[in-house]
Design a protein around this ligand. Structure first.
Ligand SMILES: [Zn+2]
Length: 454
């Protein structure tokens, strides 16, 4: 008998190529895979049934840029300029214990899942004295989320630190790529395919052009992808021009970094020509509107990228620069910002934004069997309670999801056919007990670091 039946769902937004919308529909899941989706009920029975009445089903949301353990610094570094933010973050991160780092990652994944994010692309690397990639892999296993870990590669010191002036060489491209390959061989394809590994050069100037080139080359050799920060702030763009006489995007083109397999985070400070180059190579852009605004970096020309035929997806970014791990906020903000900037309300309609957070993101990550609800796809499904006052009237559900829904409207989350959140309750571990322990550890950490809080 098949494993799981989600039945009698009011509306199923399949997000498939035809963007089919089904009413009073059901979804049958077997061994983590969707075997049937359609109106009515399938002929087969299932040994577990999830009731979908008064619910809207859609594919789990896909977050394409984040930093998992930043939940530890959430709210501690607000309202300061980027360079100061980076300095304080480096200071605070240096004092995090391995156990607290792991707890911070768990908190981040717990929050994402409860908000309907079933896949995340997260940067992780060496974190002081310990291995954040290993901790993240462990947390992915413990929470049941689907994740791609982009292993952070850095060969230049970006900010001054004790004994190491800014701009010093701290590693070599060969050494960084060797580490990445080790992480890749250890973790890629793990947890039944739920865990993937990309190469994640931090981005210029922490990653030299040589490192960016070597990382892209190695990723292609291994059959995986690369992910980097690109033109997030004006300062890196100015430095790149001064050093190489070209923009960051032009530099990336020169070193062979761009392609459908290179996902670029942010791209705030790009020109119209840069947008053309990005679109020409098909590099997906992970747009993180809240983070770009909160750090005062600006608003990227998303409308131009789309007009040029580029692919844009959405990221929540780390909890120290957003601070929510909620893709519903990002969907709303992404659309409203572009409408405002272009003074054109037709730009980025709700349907397109929802595609960016599901189908387009799956394509960007190269994971072809998620992002839509259809037979043969992995069963990453979320159910949203539509009885709330802010989601009524019922006729325009896509509009509500983008312009007025929030993560807390998500009631049920299924990843790879496994029920992770049911009727609002997180199932993999005791959420309340975990939160209490996290708070205790944070009190101790803040006492030690003497950060004012409250
Ligand atoms: Zn980032």
């Amino acid at each position: 008998m098949p494993g799981l039946l989600v039945r009698d769902v009011d509306v199923v937004l399949t997000m498939d190529e035809a963007s089919r919308v089904l009413r009073n529909a059901s979804i049958l899941v077997e061994d983590g895979v969707i075997t049937w989706v359609g109106e009515g009920r399938p002929k087969e029975a299932a040994d577990r049934v999830v009731e979908g009445r008064r619910m809207v089903a859609l594919p789990g949301l896909i977050d394409t840029h984040t930093h998992l353990s930043q939940t530890i610094q959430r709210g501690l570094v607000d309202d300061v300029p980027l360079m100061k933010w980076m300095r304080v973050m480096a200071e605070l991160s240096g004092r995090v214990s391995e156990e607290l780092c792991y707890m911070g990652i768990l908190l981040c994944l717990l929050e994402k899942l409860k908000n309907g994010i079933t896949t995340t692309l997260a940067m992780a690397g060496e974190y002081g004295r310990f291995d954040e990639v290993e901790l993240a892999a462990k947390a992915v296993e413990a929470t049941g989320i689907r994740a791609v870990l982009a292993c952070v590669l850095i060969d230049y010191q970006e900010l001054p630190s004790p004994g190491v002036p800014a701009g010093s060489r701290i590693s070599s491209p060969e050494e960084e790529v060797r580490k990445a390959e080790e992480w890749y061989r250890r973790f890629d394809g793990g947890l039944g395919g739920r865990l993937r590994v990309f190469l994640g050069p931090q981005g210029f100037p922490a990653s030299s052009p040589e490192l960016l080139r070597e990382a892209a080359y190695k990723a292609r050799e291994l059959g995986t992808r690369v992910h980097a920060h690109v033109a997030e702030a004006e300062v890196s763009q100015i430095l790149c021009r001064r050093r190489y006489g070209k923009s960051e995007v032009e530099m990336l083109e020169d070193v062979g970094f761009l392609g459908e397999d290179s996902i670029l985070a942010h791209c705030v400070q790009i020109s119209g020509d840069d947008a053309k180059i990005i679109a020409k190579y098909g590099s997906p852009v992970a747009h993180c509107p809240s983070s770009n605004l909160k750090l005062g970096n600006g608003i990227p020309p998303i409308h131009t990228l789309l007009k040029e035929g580029g692919t844009v997806t959405l990221g929540v970014d780390g909890a120290a620069s957003n601070n929510a791990q909620d893709l519903f906020y990002e969907m709303r903000l992404a659309s409203l910002l572009q409408k405002g900037v272009c003074r054109n309300p037709s730009i980025l309609p709700a349907e397109k934004v929802l595609e960016m957070a599901t189908r387009d993101a799956a394509q960007a990550l190269g994971i072809r069997d998620i992002g839509s609800l259809k037979p043969g796809h992995r069963a990453d499904i979320i159910l949203i309670d539509r009885r709330a006052p802010h989601l009524i009237p019922h006729q325009r559900i896509t509009s509500h999801l983008v312009y007025n829904a929030r993560g807390s409207d998500v009631r049920t989350v299924i990843v790879d056919g496994r029920l992770i959140v049911h009727e609002g309750r997180f199932l993999p571990f005791d959420e309340q007990g975990f939160l209490e322990k996290f708070e205790e550890m944070m009190t101790q950490y803040l006492g030690e670091t003497r950060v004012r809080h409250g």
